[in-house]
Design a protein around this ligand. Structure first.
Ligand code: ATP
Ligand code: MG
Length: 414
């Protein structure tokens, strides 16, 4: 679990604010739900034979003996929330969320135990038009963030009957090559053979080349849904690859699934993953409302944003260098007045005392563009001495009534 430090926060803010405005432009509304849920909310939705439920959840019994878990993902809790609050009626519901998720994974590059996701969900719209819309919405976000290198992969998982038939066929194949599989993969074969498709092991991948392919088991409706999605993506000029080995780590997906992958992040290159989950609402005790959504991993996106070097630490505009108790009070008072008059202005007042020299050092380290100096002389004459910390200009004395005007002009030039 990592701390997010001030030096990195600009990239987080950029991602979050762009996501917020892009989602709003598609009519999505934000929902915030608790970090803790009853464990069964996740086990029922995600599936018992998945990595997340089998070994990644932070679960504990609370004082009443109820089993609770820190949320490993957003969707299951959101379905719980929309059902509990009666939000599913009439119109399709478009929601987005952001926040920390928790999984007890082996820590490695690209995987932490607390990580952050931003996700979007649509409930009550069954057609591929909504799938396509979610995909172009995410693409718009990448564009706004200047992330042009992401690759979109899509696949269809069909409905649950088709998947069950395929699962049996795949299982038969995997059992036939079982002698060649490692221990871990053999376990997967027993518990959740579809997940073997997801393997990153080169040998397993080469064995999979002869395995049956899910696409051949799809019925008419599933084929039509997938073709509908591809038609729309083509019309919207969205580039994609069909990856018929793409499955998702959670059981609730059906029909189309998709992922955006970056080549710049090493082995854990997926920055956004999603798909359709038409049985999830029913599984959680609601009417059969269809659902589709995605979740993006903020840490990985932040790394890409930072690599581009477009974000920098937010620096204050002004550092107040103040000599003596009287100057201290006047400085704080003046800073308040300036903040009242100039929105967005950022001022740091030197706290406590300190020689001019040490205060100027602090001013410099703060990154401020200007130092406003108030000492005895300035107090007498109702002036401020201004020193430009990043420009080679002589210092100036400005009378207080002219200060706001001066500062506004300076800000405009920045
Ligand atoms: P994988 O097969 O790689 O384990 P997953 O199915 O567990 O993926 P999702 O649950 O779909 O992944 O999560 C969506 C996105 O959230 C991922 O693509 C990734 O960007 C991010 N993510 C998931 N787990 C972690 C983690 N432990 N640390 C950082 N980011 C994560
Ligand atoms: Mg995982």
């Amino acid at each position: 679990m990592h701390d997010i430090l001030p030096a990195d926060i600009a990239a987080w803010h950029l991602l979050e604010s762009r996501a917020r405005s892009v989602f709003a432009s598609y009519g999505f509304e934000e929902i915030r739900i608790p970090l803790l849920e009853k464990t069964e909310v996740f086990t029922r939705a995600i599936g018992n034979a998945t990595d997340v439920v089998e070994k990644e959840m932070y679960s504990f019994d609370d004082r009443n003996g109820d089993s609770l878990s820190l949320r490993p993902e957003g969707t299951a809790g959101i379905v719980r929330a929309v059902l509990q609050n009666g939000l599913l009626y009439g119109n399709p519901l478009r929601l987005w969320y952001a926040g920390p998720m928790f999984r007890h994974e082996r820590p490695q590059k690209g995987r932490t135990r607390q990580f952050h996701q931003i996700g979007a969900e649509v409930f009550g719209a069954a057609g591929p038009d909504v799938d396509a819309e979610l995909i172009v919405m995410a693409e718009r976000l990448w564009r706004e963030l200047g992330l042009n290198e992401l690759r979109l992969e899509i696949n269809s998982l069909g409905n649950s009957t088709e998947r069950a038939t395929y699962r049996d066929e795949l299982l038969r194949y995997l059992v036939s090559v079982s002698a060649e599989l490692d221990e871990e993969t053999r376990k997967r074969v027993e518990r959740n053979p579809l997940r073997v498709l997801d393997s990153k092991d080169q040998h397993v991948l080469s064995l999979l080349e002869d395995a049956p392919v899910l696409a051949e088991f799809l019925g008419e409706e599933s084929i039509a849904h997938f073709e509908g999605l591809r038609y729309l993506l083509d019309r919207l000029a969205v580039e994609y690859q069909v990856n018929n080995r793409l499955v998702r780590g959670l059981d609730y997906y059906s029909q189309c699934v998709f992922e955006w992958v970056s080549n710049d992040l090493g082995a854990q290159g997926t920055v956004c993953a999603g798909g359709r989950y038409d049985s999830l609402v029913e599984l959680q005790g609601g009417k059969p409302w269809s659902g589709v959504g995605f979740a993006m991993g903020q840490e990985r996106l932040v790394e890409l944003i930072r690599n581009q070097g477009q974000t920098s630490r937010a620096e204050p505009h002004v550092y107040m260098v103040l000599a003596g108790t009287r100057a201290n009070a006047s400085g704080i008072e003046l800073a308040e007045k300036l903040r009242n008059q100039i929105t967005g202005l950022s001022i740091i007042c030197n706290p406590g005392d300190g020689s001019f020299k040490s205060q100027f050092k602090r001013a410099d380290r703060s990154g401020a563009g200007l130092a406003f100096v108030i000492g005895e002389e300035e107090l007498e004459n109702a002036t401020v001495t201004i020193k430009r910390l990043r420009e080679d200009e002589p210092q100036e004395k400005i009378e207080l009534p002219r200060l706001v005007g001066w500062l506004n002009e300076w800000l405009e030039r920045q």
